[in-house]
Structures are given as structure tokens and as C-alpha cells.
Write a protein that binds this ligand. Structure first.
Ligand code: 6PG
Length: 233
């Protein structure tokens, strides 16, 4: 059974302030314990207000490395780029913003390149912060030809190239993503979702566990640590 705790807020603004506080605490605790912090942030639209609160916090940012938990295989100046969104929000802090998507022959090679780049970091991350789509994807773990490999990747395989099938209409491009194994090695996993539709979908995925048809259900079903889920209407 997936151990998940829901934290409900009256508004997205309330959630943004509280989640930014939680992430700041995770970062400070990591630096106290190990002198540095590695965190993985999601793409999409939900994180924006949380980034805004987080970037205002007085933290030892120079000791922090931020990676995208997944990214679209587009140029960094493309509005679909997750590292672009993270950099725009967080670069002023002085944290190291570390891309994982690099130019490659094809998305599979990009996945290998992303995996190699992550191996240059001190794994595991202190936090993997995830969002969820209304189709139940998380990070860029979408149904398609690469999905089962991303689910079954060994602990050592941190990232993979992903070709969603069907392509998500909001970002119909190939991606690189943390594998399930990479996500589940995190010291802390935090999910932020908004709206009743996503709430119902995530509750069902948690209930279904390993038999879930949703990527996020398959990921969380193998978690060895409790998951904090932050929700606002
Ligand atoms: C991505 C994201 C993705 C995101 C969800 C939710 O690159 O697509 O990492 O997993 O978290 O799609 O996005 P919203 O917050 O915009 O609903």
C-alpha cells in the first residue's frame, strides 16, 4: 500500500507559500547534514507560483544544484523547455541550474546523455518534486514504447529518452525523464497538484497501486518512503 499524505489548501497561493517553505526546509536540512543539496523540480504550470516564493528565500543557494526531473527535447530558448522555466525563476538565487537535455542524434541517445550527466552528480537527490498530468503521467513518464523500460530500469539507470504515444497536446515532443528507479531513490518525494480532476485521479492511482494503469500509480506503488501530496482547488 502506498503511504501518501494529502496536504490540502484553500488556494493555490496558500499552497505555493507552504510548499516553498517545505522545500526550503529540505534544502537547509540537506546542507546542514551534507554541505550541499540536489533537488529535482517539475515542469508544467503548477510550479510557477512556488518557484516565485522559493526564489525569495534566503538559503545557501550556492550550495544547491537544481535539475529538471524531466525535460522536453527542444532548444533551451523554446517556451516548452523546462530548464528554461526553472532558470527564469531561479537563476537569481545563485543556485546551480543543471540541464539534463542535450543535443543528440535522437531521443534515445539524448536519454543516454542525460543519464551520463546525472551520474556526474552526487545521487540521490534530497528531493524529487513531481507534478501530474490529467492523464496520470508524472515527470515525462508517459505511455508509449519506452514506458515499461523506464519503469523497470535498474537503480543505476537514472534517465531515459521518452517518446510519448500518444503525444501530449500541450507539449507534443520527445523528452528525457528520470526513471522510476531514479525518482524512488530520492530522500523526499513531494507532489503538487491542483483541481478536483487530478485529485480524484491521484487518489484512484494510489488505491490501485501496482495494478494502476496510470504512470504515477506505477511509480508510487514501489515507493519505500511516504509521499507528501499538496493539493489546492
Ligand atoms: C512536464 C512536467 C509534467 C508536469 C505535469 C503537470 O515536463 O510535462 O514535468 O510532469 O508536472 O504535466 O503539469 P501542470 O502543472 O502544467 O498541470
Amino acid at each position: 500500500m502506498i503511504e501518501a499524505e494529502f496536504w490540502d489548501y484553500d488556494s493555490r497561493e496558500d499552497m505555493a507559500a507552504e510548499v516553498a517553505g517545505d522545500i526550503g526546509f529540505i534544502i537547509e536540512s540537506a546542507i546542514d547534514a551534507r554541505g550541499e543539496s540536489l533537488v529535482a523540480f517539475p515542469g508544467g504550470s503548477t510550479p510557477a507560483p512556488i518557484f516565485a516564493h522559493l526564489a525569495q528565500k534566503q538559503l545557501p543557494w550556492k550550495r544547491v544544484t537544481i535539475i529538471p526531473g524531466d525535460d522536453r527535447l527542444v532548444p533551451v530558448d523554446n517556451e516548452l523547455s523546462n530548464i528554461r522555466a526553472i532558470a527564469q525563476a531561479m537563476i537569481s538565487t545563485g543556485a546551480r541550474i543543471y540541464p539534463i537535455a542535450v543535443e543528440a542524434e535522437d531521443y534515445t541517445m539524448a536519454g543516454h546523455a542525460a543519464d551520463a550527466r546525472l551520474r556526474d552528480l552526487k545521487w540521490p537527490p534530497d528531493l524529487v518534486w513531481l507534478g501530474m498530468g490529467t492523464d496520470g503521467h508524472t515527470a515525462s513518464l508517459f505511455p508509449g514504447p519506452d514506458f515499461e523500460d523506464a519503469m523497470d530500469a535498474p537503480k543505476a539507470r537514472l534517465a531515459m529518452g521518452i517518446r510519448p504515444d500518444p503525444m501530449p497536446p500541450e507539449a507534443p515532443v520527445d523528452r528525457v525523464s528520470l526513471t522510476r528507479a531514479a525518482i524512488l531513490q530520492a530522500r523526499t518525494i513531494l507532489i503538487t497538484i491542483t483541481g478536483q480532476e487530478k485529485r480524484d485521479l491521484l487518489e484512484q492511482a494510489i488505491e490501485d497501486g501496482q495494478s494502476s494503469k496510470l504512470p504515477i500509480g506505477r511509480v508510487l506503488a514501489e515507493s519505500q518512503i511516504p509521499i507528501d501530496i499538496h493539493w489546492a482547488p
